[in-house]
Design a protein around this ligand. Structure first.
Ligand SMILES: [Zn+2]
Ligand SMILES: [Zn+2]
Length: 377
């Protein structure tokens, strides 16, 4: 089968090869999935550039890819699950957890210390086929187009960041309008946020936010270029808009200045969902006394997706009309186009880039066929 492989510990095309690999053999508890669509993520970009942050996790040769959807091809001998048969349209949670530690056994598998991420620690989905543990497979409704099914892993991050706090009627600030920030904005609007405040460092991102809000006829969008405008001026404007401070901050950037701005603009007793990773791990908090302690804020770290309440909520949100298809701004009908897709993602031309190993038309046909299969069962 064709696969996109991190072939050597080098930056760029020199360390990545598109080549023929053996089709994985599913073990007794695994399911082999034919990949229908697979999305490029920021993590893939770090692997592609061989950034120091991922060097301890990835051992080349390693097949890329942890955001995908596809079709059940083969079921391991012990892997039978109710309502899952060959041909079914599925995605998968690619964080594989131990199931034995205290976190796993108390319903907190998303913070299992022994997490293995497929597409990072193990081979992933930038291939014609991928095998995953049967328990991680998520059946998908055929109403979800494969270009959206491709990035449910990432959408799940945004859903997780928003499921820990009530957004209805709340003012919500989103720091960083990259793919996850954009999805978080869509969720906030869908869930009835009263005001959405976007902070980003590029005009291109803010323009995308404006176009999205106009398309949704959402009038209460306020966007700030946090590089061009002084933090004090933004703080003052946000206090006017929100009558004293924003209720919820969704921190998607990891930039220390954005984390501090979030702490400044959040209201007394407000909530911060923190998902962005700072480049250097450490962050200095300005005026910790006033902005954290005296304000009585709640800060919640967000990692991965809760297994599997985030998936259930995400599928329910999509079913109720959450529209995130617009974040797909680049598609390619072959795995061979990975370098083109990565270049476009790297230049921030596309929020999400999706590749279809057999072409998008074929993936849509397979979804339709799986629907027929469900009806006849
Ligand atoms: Zn990802
Ligand atoms: Zn565990």
């Amino acid at each position: 089968m064709q696969a996109v492989v991190k072939s050597a510990p080098l930056d760029g095309d020199a360390g990545t090869a598109i080549r023929d690999c053996p089709i994985p053999e599913p073990g007794p508890d695994e399911i082999l999935i034919r990949v229908g669509a697979v999305a490029i993520c920021g993590t893939d970009k770090h692997i592609y550039h061989w950034d120091p942050s991922i060097r301890d996790s990835v051992r080349p040769p390693r097949i890329y890819g942890h955001e995908f959807c596809g079709f059940v091809e083969q079921i391991g001998e012990r892997a039978h699950r109710q309502n899952l048969q060959v041909g079914d349209y599925v995605s998968a949670e690619m964080h594989v957890v131990c199931g034995e530690c205290q976190q796993c056994r108390s319903g907190n598998g998303h913070i299992c210390a022994r997490t293995r991420i497929y597409g990072l620690h193990e081979d992933g989905a930038f291939a014609e086929f991928v095998k995953v543990p049967a328990s991680n497979v998520i059946p998908l409704d055929p109403s979800i187009p494969p270009r959206v099914g491709a990035f449910l892993d990432a959408l799940g991050n945004a859903v997780h960041a928003t499921q820990v706090v009530d957004l209805a009627g709340k003012s919500v600030a989103i720091m960083g309008f990259g793919p996850i920030g954009a999805m978080a904005a869509a969720i906030a609007e869908h869930c009835g946020a009263s005001e959405i405040i976007i902070g980003d460092v590029t005009e291109h991102a803010l323009e995308t936010a404006r176009r999205w809000a106009a398309g949704r006829k959402f009038a209460n969008l306020h966007e700030f270029n946090v590089r061009a405008q002084p933090a004090a001026a933004i703080h003052k404007k946000v206090e006017e808009i929100t009558d004293g401070g924003v209720d919820v901050v969704l921190e998607m950037s990891g930039a220390p200045s954005a984390i501090n701005l979030g702490l400044k603009i959040v209201r007394m007793g407000g909530f911060l969902s923190l998902l962005g990773l700072p480049a250097g791990h450490a962050v200095t908090i300005d005026d910790y006394t006033r902005n954290v302690i005296f304000k009585g804020v709640t800060m919640q770290g967000i990692i991965g997706r809760r297994m599997y309440s985030t998936w259930h909520r995400m599928l329910a949100l999509l079913h109720s009309g959450l529209d995130v298809e617009w974040v797909v701004q680049g598609t390619y009908d072959s795995l061979s186009d990975f370098p083109l897709g990565m270049a476009s993602f790297d230049r921030h031309e596309a929020l999400k880039v999706v590749l279809f190993p057999e072409g998008e038309e074929k993936a849509i046909q397979r979804v339709a066929a799986s629907q027929g299969l469900a009806r006849s069962a």
